[in-house]
Ligand binder design. Structure first.
Ligand SMILES: [Zn+2]
Ligand SMILES: [Zn+2]
Length: 361
């Protein structure tokens, strides 16, 4: 072998070693919560899957109430894109308004008074508190290889910070839902879910924020219908598979969106950097598939807020890229808002990146 040939082989080897790292930068868009005619949604699963597929999503969890949906039972569109997958799931739907998404489980997860459980167990479960019900979900989902999201904590009596904080190993809550009756921004019984999130983080709870559709209504496109396309997560993964996406979510390598798209999110020992993808953000927002938050006031355009202990805004920028330098904060997360004036008020669209803990970096 001549020397040139050996060099070519060496270079090819180096490129092949580096390609997984390069692929790590891929963002995958997905929805982890929706319903079909199998549950209380109004469209056939095939058409629901087709809708998300055709809208450019990369992954979808069909999360039916107390029904395990595995991808091999669901018909995919003709000529499906190679970069589209279904992930097994279920919405474990329990008493006391305790609902959770079980993502990437290997089998059915029972609820507390499930007829599938022995009667003695069902009787014992009757006295469980909201925290205990939630703990049961977390443990059952983990034993089936999945991860648990607490869904819509502000729906009806919902779950308060104390209820959530008492649960061990609960790592996700639905921070923002596209469902029109879940009081994302709070009401007389609840502070906003974002405030609950900050309270949990301030108490030392390691918990990430999910945005998801909870779609039910695919024919009537208006409020208060629960249409798809309003809220999703963007997950960074080296490959698109159910296990890889779930692993990235478990590690907090994702952000949640109700319209705003980021080009870059990077964290190292000293700083947290985000960069907005303005073209993609405007493209998503122009689809008008979501229900923006309407406020009386707000600065138009993009705003980047870095947020820390007790929900305090640590730094604000109106640039398209911002860097926050750590200075012994307990945790730091970032929210990007896009606001524009409309006849009804200032419409706001968001994305929320995940908290990081500078002393753990
Ligand atoms: Zn629910
Ligand atoms: Zn649901």
């Amino acid at each position: 072998m001549n020397r040139l040939f050996i060099w070519v082989l060496f270079l090819l080897f180096m490129i092949s070693c580096q390609s997984p790292r390069a692929q790590r930068q891929t963002w995958y868009k997905g929805n982890t919560h929706c319903h079909t005619l199998v549950g209380d949604g109004d469209m056939h699963p095939f058409q629901v899957v087709e809708w998300y597929h055709d809208q450019g999503y990369h992954f979808l969890v069909l999360s039916e109430h107390n029904t395990f949906i595995t991808p091999d039972t669901v018909q995919l569109p003709d000529n499906p894109r190679e970069d589209f997958i279904l992930i097994p799931g279920e919405e474990v739907t329990d008493r006391k308004h305790v609902h959770t998404t079980a993502m990437n489980i290997s089998g059915y997860v029972p609820y507390s008074n499930d007829p599938a459980l022995p009667e003695t167990m069902r009787e014992q479960n009757e006295s469980l508190s909201k925290s205990e019900l939630l703990q049961m979900h977390v443990d059952s989902v983990r034993s089936r290889g999945g991860i648990t999201f607490l869904n819509h904590p502000n729906w009806r009596s919902g779950l308060q910070v104390e209820d959530i904080h008492a649960v061990s190993d609960l790592r996700f809550l639905e921070l923002y839902s596209g469902h029109s009756a879940v009081n994302n921004w709070g009401n007389e019984n609840h502070i906003s879910v974002e405030e609950k999130w900050d309270e949990l983080l301030s108490r030392g709870h390691t918990i990430y924020g999910i945005a998801a559709d909870d779609a039910h209504d695919y024919y009537e496109w208006q409020q208060p219908e629960c249409n798809p396309g309003r809220a999703w997560i963007m997950v960074q993964s080296d490959v698109l598979s159910a296990d890889a996406i779930t692993q990235s979510v478990a590690e907090g390598r994702f952000y949640s969106s109700s319209g705003v798209i980021l080009e870059q999110v990077t964290v190292d020992e000293t700083q947290y950097r985000v960069k907005i993808d303005t073209a993609q953000s405007r493209k998503e927002i122009e689809k008008l598939l979501f229900a923006p938050r309407l406020d009386r006031d707000g600065q138009e355009g993009f705003t980047i807020d870095f947020i820390g202990d007790n929900g305090r805004v640590l730094e604000t920028s109106h640039s398209l890229e911002a860097v926050f330098q750590f200075d012994r904060e307990k945790y730091v997360r970032c929210r990007v808002t896009f606001a524009r004036q409309t006849p009804k008020g200032v419409a706001k669209y968001f994305c929320w990146t995940q908290p990081v803990w500078p002393d753990r970096l």
